[in-house]
Design a protein around this ligand. Sequence first.
Ligand code: NI
Length: 169
Amino acid sequence: MIRPILKYGDEVLHDPAREVEQVTPEIQRLIDDMVETMYAAPGIGLAATQVGIPLRIFVVDLSIGRDPAGLITMVNPVFVERSGMQLEEEGCLSVPGFNATVARPLHAVVRGLDREGHPHEVEGRDLLARAFQHEMDHLDGTLFLDRLQGIKKQMIVRRIRKQMRANRW
Ligand code: NI
């Protein structure tokens, strides 16, 4: 089931998510919905907070469903390792229409549970490391906008508020 994606300004997006106690069939349904929602958007990553569920779960697939091996599910993820720095432009399904350059780690290793509740560890470089950090941020209630400074952030927030006032957000 495709779920609606919350946008900047919705409280759930701005609050830290809590740990999943157990990977139950209900959690697996949520994961499946998140994957379907991510592919439909389309996007390369989605956090549970973006569909209004404040739990520490994210899915990432750089191939957006083209490569069956490309899907990564992380429940209760933690960083095992992070190194280097990259500066690239990124966007977010919860901040549609806006992009900005954000500093992210060049290399990241994430450990968490997979869809079956089994522990796994995935290493990411370049875009995958960036996606890991972006999704981990979501679970802490942080959007890429919060990582921007000064005028760039103000400019985007002002334009979003304008859209909100016009009921177009
Ligand atoms: Ni995002």
